[in-house]
Ligand binder design. Structure first.
Ligand code: ZN
Length: 223
């Protein structure tokens, strides 16, 4: 499956002022990092990653694909029960800007419905596959902005533990993008956590950087 395209350059938009001014102000004195993992849950790698996060006692964010979550609901529940944040990454990972708005709405709302079943609430973060977005999509997902990243580790491309480690640790934190479907990514995580800890970073979930929440219960009916 095509994982990422030139559309990833849209990450430069990162995103629409969604990071709070407070987070930026605190960046120097109280630096934070949100480790975010897309495209799971993976039957073996995600549990292995959850073991690492548990051992390190940190929280992360998982942007799960709905169809994968439907096959592994136990892993999503485990992540949620452990205090991790679960975000919507669509049902089947299409380029949302290349499908109809009705299809895009279905991709999002179907995943919302499943995650609400599994966790008790609709995710208040949504990350479009490949970072692909446009104004129509932004309107579609209101009141929940699309959530990109500050740091792209390119783990899907390098598939190299040291390269992933370097991409993450040479950054100033913020929202860091990984994919928990590559063994090389999961292998890099312990060293990345140690690095950020040694630099005094606090580990947060992605909602720490945003100020909205889903309050419109009619959202699920919109598709
Ligand atoms: Zn993805």
């Amino acid at each position: 499956m095509l994982r990422r395209t030139a559309l990833a350059s849209l990450a430069a938009f990162a995103f629409l002022g969604s990071r709070s001014a407070r987070a930026d102000e605190n960046a120097t004195e109280n630096p934070t990092v949100a480790l975010t993992f897309d495209d799971g849950p993976h039957p073996e790698l995600t549990p292995r990653l959850l073991d690492i996060l548990e051992r390190e006692q940190i929280s992360a964010t998982f942007f799960v694909i709905g169809s994968c979550a439907a096959h592994r609901p136990d892993i999503v529940r485990r992540a949620f029960d452990a205090g991790h944040e679960i975000g919507n990454h669509t049902w089947s990972h299409p380029v949302l800007t290349r499908v109809s708005l009705a299809q895009a709405a279905e991709e999002i709302s179907r995943t919302d419905a499943l995650l609400k079943d599994l966790t008790g609430s609709i995710p208040n973060t949504l990350r479009p596959p490949y970072g692909a977005m446009n104004n129509n999509l932004s309107e579609l997902t209101l009141p929940r902005p699309l959530m990109l990243w500050d740091v792209d580790t390119l783990d899907w491309k390098t598939r190299n533990t040291l390269a992933v480690e370097r991409a993450a640790t040479e950054s100033d934190g913020g929202i860091v993008l990984f994919h928990d479907i590559h063994p090389t990514t999961v292998e890099a995580i312990p060293a990345i956590i140690r690095n950020f800890k040694s630099r005094g970073y606090h580990f947060v979930t992605i909602s720490s950087y945003v100020t909205w929440e889903v309050t419109d219960p009619s959202w699920l009916d919109r598709a």
